[in-house]
Design a protein around this ligand. Structure first.
Ligand SMILES: Cc1cc2nc3c(=O)[nH]c(=O)nc-3n(C[C@H](O)[C@H](O)[C@H](O)COP(=O)(O)OP(=O)(O)OC[C@H]3O[C@@H](n4cnc5c(N)ncnc54)[C@H](O)[C@@H]3O)c2cc1C
Length: 315
């Protein structure tokens, strides 16, 4: 019998709630079982309403953006998955600052910035995902990350209240932020860019996209980007090379588990060969970690976030 609180959630949200939605349709890995409830939030108000309603009804809830950095359990999720989608609201620009709703895609923000000749975000060209996911992960490339551009943002806190956070409150680190440790949900963020030349901005973006194409799996090969974080150099015995370096040297490139395999051109990418299960990816990741640990004594840490069916996102 369906949980009575699920029925209430469906009634209160009025429309847009699906039961038993396959989460594999909402992840770049194309992996994941069914969510009990799935709601697409199309703007700030519906995002806030969904999160607060789930809280009041005591229904476990998690938020996903574009699902480009997550591995979802084969058992799906026991609760409501709130997908934060593009809003119809217009983006705003003031004094080289742009206000971004967390449900926009990074690519849209880049387009907006280049159209308004604002520079600073070009490093993110080709990074899939939403603004919310990017801030949560402090997404970055080529030595820059979104945290550096963040001025402040609004979040929904654990109690369902809306709070403003300043840059330092976000506690940005390498592929991490306060959001990765707390249960707060980003609603919007203000990014500070600098005035640039449109041609130069577009040239830089195209160059970066070209470099990425040469290294990353093609669009039709499901993956979730780099599986492990790079090594932060703290120990003098560790060279501090990217995780892919150690994975390659440890001979992981030919490893496979079920439908999951290490990508031939980049050892830090796990790809779904067509029918991979979440359990295959987890098994393969363990095999990769073990080889690196044996050869270098280094413990790789996952960058991809795992969604457990009962416990939610493992932080
Ligand atoms: C081919 C490929 C290349 C990639 N290259 C890069 C790269 O160069 N650099 C890089 O950093 N990443 C890269 N990634 C990873 C990924 O694109 C980024 O981490 C992206 O920012 C994730 O955004 P998302 O919307 O898809 O987040 P999701 O995968 O949907 O979610 C990731 C986490 O963020 C949380 N989250 C999402 N929205 C919110 C919100 N509004 N508030 C609070 N938490 C939220 C989710 O709960 C989840 O825990 C790549 C991925 C792929 C598939």
């Amino acid at each position: 019998m369906i949980n009575p609180n699920y029925i209430k959630f469906i009634e209160i949200m009025n429309e847009g709630v699906k039961e038993g939605e396959e989460l594999s349709h909402h992840t770049s890995f194309k992996i994941g079982g069914k969510a009990d409830l799935f709601y697409s939030a199309k703007d700030e108000d519906s995002l806030i309403k969904a999160v607060k309603t789930a809280k009041i009804l005591n229904i476990p809830a998690v938020i996903v953006g574009d699902g480009s950095n997550i591995l979802v359990s084969d058992k799906g999720y026991r609760g409501v998955v709130v997908k934060n989608r593009k809003t119809k609201k217009k983006k705003k620009k003031k004094n080289n600052k742009i206000i971004e709703y967390s449900g926009f895609q990074l690519s849209e923000v880049l387009k907006f910035a280049s159209e308004h000749t604002l520079s600073g975000l070009e490093f993110a060209a080709g990074i899939p995902g939403s603004v919310g996911g990017a801030v949560y992960m402090n997404a970055g490339a080529f030595g820059s990350s979104i945290g550096e551009l963040t001025v402040k943002g609004n979040v929904i806190d654990k109690n369902g209240n809306i709070r403003e956070l300043n840059k330092k409150d976000f506690e940005f680190g390498y592929r991490s932020s306060r959001l990765r440790k707390s249960d707060e949900i980003l609603i919007s963020v203000i990014l500070k860019l600098v005035k640039g030349e449109k041609e130069q901005i577009l040239q830089k973006m195209n160059k970066i996209i070209g470099i990425r194409k040469g290294k990353h799996p093609a669009k039709n090969i499901p993956c979730a980007g780099s599986y492990f974080k790079n090594i932060v150099k703290e120990d003098p015995d560790i060279t501090g090379e990217p995780a892919g370096y150690y994975l390659e040297k440890a001979g992981t490139k030919k490893l496979k588990a079920g439908g999951a395999a290490v990508f031939g051109k980049h050892a830090n990418f796990i790809v779904n060969m067509g029918n991979a299960k979440s359990s295959d990816v987890l098994k393969l990741a363990e095999m990769m970690k073990k080889k690196v640990k044996e050869m270098f004594g280094i413990e790789l840490v996952e960058e991809v976030v795992y969604l457990d069916d009962k416990e939610g996102f493992k932080r």
